[in-house]
Design a protein around this ligand. Structure first.
Ligand code: 13P
Ligand code: ZN
Length: 273
């Protein structure tokens, strides 16, 4: 079938456009990747024309031979729906997980996102941690979570607790909490290692003064996770702008919520203030 008709491509492009409409993708900001299912890649095999092998910039042996749909470096997610052939690409990894080759897309040239090492190392960690359930890694630049990285302590505990307190759904949606990466140079292996280390425990990693990474099973859940965290950050920005909290959800109330909703919340986030 024509890859432009494939459901996995349609869902990918819709998610990229949804992020653009949220204001999370100024210019070429942000990037998205999806680990393609074997039956999905078979269904579009006739559209694939492999190009030269290129080094990934890191090694992901557990993902050897896998195919990914990835946004291009310097491409605008704003154009994903109207110009998918040039905005995104299909990648194949070699068996060692050291090199990739473009098999479709980036029609006017270019290469996959500069954050490919972070995407693939996160995919590898999540592939192993979830028994292959997680397939989507999403990086965006949402303004409120970035603003908070100038004000809150850059710790997993501070961010998790503040975000949980801002909306009752938050501890249910991300019960493991969120991780925080201090400011680092983006686009390389070092930040990929730091982020993937956090992805062993969390589905969300915040990049100080830069943005956020989310991991999830499908487009809905991963977009919804980014949306939930960013909305909670927006509420906190409003609360701080109004002079700060006068009341909030207490640790004991989080424990009741956890019991009723069947989630377990780590006690290290529930200290008495
Ligand atoms: P790319 O255009 O290379 O995907 O980079 C955008 C970005 O957000 C880098 O962190
Ligand atoms: Zn970025």
């Amino acid at each position: 079938m024509d890859i432009l008709e494939a459901n996995f491509l349609r869902g990918f492009l819709r998610m990229a456009n949804d992020g653009w409409e949220q204001g999370w993708h100024e210019r070429n900001g942000g990037n998205l990747s999806y680990r393609i299912r074997p039956e999905e890649i078979e269904s579009v095999r006739e559209c694939l024309t492999p190009r030269e092998w290129q080094p990934i910039g890191t090694v992901v042996p557990a993902l050897g031979g896998a195919y990914f749909l990835v946004t291009g470096s310097g491409k605008f997610l704003r154009n994903a729906l109207s110009d998918p052939e040039d905005t995104v690409c299909v990648l194949e990894l070699d068996e060692a997980g050291e090199n990739y080759r473009i098999c479709w897309g980036l029609s006017r040239g270019g290469r996959p996102t500069s954050e490919l090492p972070s995407h693939l190392m996160n995919h590898e960690v999540k592939f192993q941690a979830t028994g292959g359930r997680h397939r989507v890694i999403y990086h965006a630049h949402p303004a409120n979570i970035i603003a908070l990285t100038f004000v809150l302590p850059l710790t997993d505990e501070a961010f998790t607790r503040e975000l949980w307190e801002m909306a009752t759904e938050c501890p249910v949606v991300f019960p493991d909490g969120v991780g925080v990466v201090p400011w680092m140079v983006p686009g390389g292996r070092d930040i990929a290692v730091a982020t993937s280390e956090l992805m062993k425990r969390y589905d969300v990693a915040i990049w100080a003064h830069h943005g956020m990474f989310c991991s999830g099973e499908d487009f809905d859940l991963t977009f919804g996770l980014m949306h939930t965290v960013e909305k909670s950050a927006e509420i906190l920005v409003k609360v701080l702008s109004m002079g700060g909290k006068r009341q909030t959800i207490r640790p004991e109330e989080f424990r009741h919520l956890a019991a009723d909703f069947g989630v377990s919340l780590p006690e290290r986030f529930l200290w008495e203030k």
